[in-house]
Design a protein around this ligand. Structure first.
Ligand code: NDP
Length: 251
């Protein structure tokens, strides 16, 4: 596959959380199939390194450093992507944090951080993307939820709440956006080997969770990137609404 004859040649994608894990693998996969890619996250060094790899393959890329949890970043980031790459066809709302921990005695700011990034930023960025995609009468918004967007368990109430919100928002968005031929996909991964657990602030919960998954053959970020690629490369009449992907070992 080359950039010019790839299935996504001529398309522009924006991927949030592209500095590591699922976002990084997804940006790379989209670029490998010919899309120009806007890479969004806070860590410029990681984005620059990925941009170098994509440019090395002959791809077109824009680095956009943004703390998406701050108000107004959705419109700002979409504006910068369109200015740099000319249009916007695919948005992958992937940036997220999973701050597991008990509710009683837990840090309330963990709940706020999850809602600000996993939910509010995703909604604002989707709104801004719709403005750009509507006149094109085409576009695709892919929202990364989680198995936790389908269920809930002790220590994951806040995270589950944020991912259930992603599911509800995405279903409403799907029904509203289809009149403008804009597609919406929700992807719900199980355990993926990434940096996600590094940010858990409740040490006891972090140790317990990492202990629970350590012997599991976890998914790799590339497995989720492949699911995103599948959804966005279907014929326009096909709207892949939801994909739930667990490691074989996960209960
Ligand atoms: P990573 O921690 O590797 O990636 C998270 C990404 O989000 C990073 O690129 C990070 O970049 C970015 N990010 C975090 N905070 C902000 C912020 N305030 N503004 C902008 N970007 C931010 O984890 P994953 O790849 O695993 O997570 C990606 C998504 O997948 C998340 O939504 C997560 O909930 C979901 N998911 C992950 C699963 C797993 O088991 N790993 C399972 C199910 C769902 P930076 O720090 O540079 O800003």
């Amino acid at each position: 596959m080359t950039q010019q004859n790839g299935k996504l040649a001529g398309k522009v994608a924006l991927v949030t959380g592209a500095s590591s894990g699922i976002g990084e693998a997804t940006a790379l996969a989209l670029a490998e199939h010919g899309a120009a890619v806007a890479l969004v996250a806070r860590r410029r060094d990681r984005l620059d390194e990925l941009a170098g790899r994509i440019e090395g393959m002959g791809g077109k890329v824009a680095v956009i450093v943004s703390d998406l949890a701050q108000a107004g970043q959705g419109a700002e980031v979409v504006g910068q992507a369109v200015e740099a790459l000319g249009r916007l066809d695919i948005v992958v709302n992937n940036a997220g944090v999973m701050l597991l921990g008990p509710l009683a005695g837990g840090d309330p700011s963990d709940l706020t951080r999850m809602m600000d990034l996993n939910v509010t930023a995703l909604m604002h960025l989707s709104q801004a993307a719709l403005e750009t995609m509507k006149p094109q009468k085409s576009g695709h918004i892919v929202n990364i939820s989680s198995v936790s967007g389908r269920g809930a368990s002790p220590l994951s109430a806040g995270y589950s709440a944020s991912k259930w919100a992603v599911g509800g928002f995405s279903e409403g968005l799907r029904q509203e956006a289809k009149q403008d031929r804009i597609r919406v996909t929700v992807i719900e991964p199980g355990v993926v080997a990434t940096e996600l657990t590094d940010h858990i602030t409740h040490t006891q919960t972090k140790d317990m969770y990492e202990g629970r998954i350590k012997d599991m053959e976890m998914l790799q970020s590339e497995d989720i990137a492949a699911a995103v690629l599948y959804a966005v490369t279907q014929p326009e009449r096909v709207n892949v609404n939801e994909l739930l992907i667990r490691p074989l070992d996960q209960g």
